[in-house]
Design a protein around this ligand. Structure first.
Ligand code: ZN
Length: 175
């Protein structure tokens, strides 16, 4: 089995790390069919499929926005944001390259039509957002960035960002 990692502001990933087991997530996405945004670690394949399926069965419609993101892409996004909005704004919203959960292949951002598929806090109050909050854990997902852990994570509340709790995933410690 492939190694999987966790990351946060205090535990960067190995430089340029990319999971070797990326597969296209079996859920609807806005991104073009071959976009790496659609990819996710294979351990998340069934859990995310089941989560989307259960949500659809309840008459709601989630949309995948962004799952895997490579180090280089994170660097571009981070640097663009610093240029446009400054370092303080950026540091609360965009992970420094090497510390994004999207680089682990275990995280996915989702949204819905009611907020125009944006990644905004209002998603939390949509039917899909409330469904997700209630049911995500049943499929093994957690919310990485909440009001409760804001102080520790250093990021604002992100009700659209969920991470699969992969049992063997751990912080990188140099091996
Ligand atoms: Zn995210």
């Amino acid at each position: 089995m492939e190694k999987h990692y966790l990351t946060d502001k205090y535990h960067p990933l190995p430089e340029g790390y990319k999971p070797a087991d990326l597969v296209r997530a079996p859920v609807p996405f806005l991104a073009p069919v071959n976009d790496m945004k659609r990819y996710i670690s294979v351990v998340v394949y069934d859990p995310i499929r089941k989560l989307f399926h259960a949500c659809a069965k309840d008459g709601l419609s989630l949309m995948g926005i962004s799952a895997f993101r490579a180090f280089e892409r994170q660097k571009e996004i981070y640097e663009n944001s610093v240029r446009k909005r400054g370092r303080e704004y950026t540091s609360k919203r965009i992970a420094y390259p090497g510390t994004s959960e999207h680089q682990t292949g275990l995280a996915i951002d989702v949204s819905c039509a009611a907020v125009d598929y944006d990644l905004v806090e209002e998603f939390e109050y949509t039917d899909e957002g409330m469904w997700l909050k209630k049911h995500a854990h049943e499929f093994g997902f957690v919310f990485s960035f909440t009001r409760e852990n804001e102080e520790y994570t250093g990021y604002i509340n992100e009700p659209w960002h969920i991470r699969y709790q992969c049992e063997e995933a751990r912080f990188y410690d140099g091996d």
